[in-house]
Design a protein around this ligand. Sequence first.
Ligand code: GLU
Length: 409
Amino acid sequence: MINPFATAKGQLKAAAETAKLDSDKIAQLALPDRYVEVSIPVKMDNGKQKIFTGFRSQHNNARGPYKGGIRYHQDVNLDEVRALSFWMSFKNAVVNVPFGGGKGGIIVNPKELSAGELERLSRGFVKKIYTIIGPETDVPAPDVNTTGQIMGWMLDEYQKCSGNKSMATFTGKSLDNGGSQGREEATGFGGVYVFEEVLKNKIGGIAQGGSVALQGFGNVSTFFAKAAAKLGFKVVAVSDSKGGIFNSDGLNLEKVEAHKKATGALKDFVGAKNISNSELLELDVDVLVPAALENVLTEENADKIKAKLIVEMANGPTAPEADVIFNKKGIAVIPDILANSGGVCVSYYEWYQNMNNESWTKEQVLEKLSKQIKQAFVDVYALQKQYSTSFRTAAYILAAQRIIEAMPK
Ligand code: GLU
């Protein structure tokens, strides 16, 4: 089993060695400032109590409040949450928003809970962590399996427990509850804005009309897929936790969405072949977009990957051994902390609007996002060339330099 926190630390080490970064500061960044584990008693619909376990890890706040999502998943564990909080510090520094990094999670399969149970669980978590979060201390958001609705319950509970009425303690809220225009599509669209820069700079030799396979069909991947199709790319495969579908001529995404809505799964979509998640990763495509969970590209399958370019829309999809293989094979990897930073970038805009009582249009938000994330690409690309290194190491160098600059001397 690959430990995601070990992966995260390995990535930082590579950057520190390449750019000869201050070793004392790097040692500090290898550990989160603090993390808590809480137990959350929930009254289930059958009248019985069940106790869930939750975590919040606060990695670093040198550049601003801790910031990062909360995920609901049966495999959540402390090391994963610590790694994800670490990645948030670096992501926020790459895309240059004034936040540090944090992350939370609850061990739960939310699909097994009723709406009422989900609400009680979400409120119960906030009851246990409200003293360590707040608009200027730690600002959570959605992540895997959490939604604007859940953020709404959490915000309401936070306001009740703390007496602080600010809307800015959570981002990724729904539009009628203090959310920002453009937040829903932000992560997927942000990835495509980065992808546009990749194309412009002819990285990976990708040409318009090329093929794209996406692992995932949630919020991030659907917006990415639609935007890539608009750019003239052929989306040939998508998947969910039960498996994927493939058509070498391209998928009709609207129809795929309707099929998923109607049947609850992607498989057996008319006009496409059912494939497994591992087959999807190994397809002969131009661009591979892992957009689900971490550690899907590993020592075992890296050699079989045929894509010329990998755009990491999930957090931590590539294990360090796979990275080495991709570098050797000349497969360009656009790292998570750059490619998927659009979500937190618009979370920052949401936080800013809440703090300043402003309300921006979707056009304003997406235009700002496009500028900001493209600038992040330009900054990373400059370091990639300067150090003749991978995009990942370059992104870590950029982020580490920015964080170290902000840390107390
Ligand atoms: N969960 C998202 C991420 O991993 C967004 C975090 C946020 O908006 O704070 O980047």
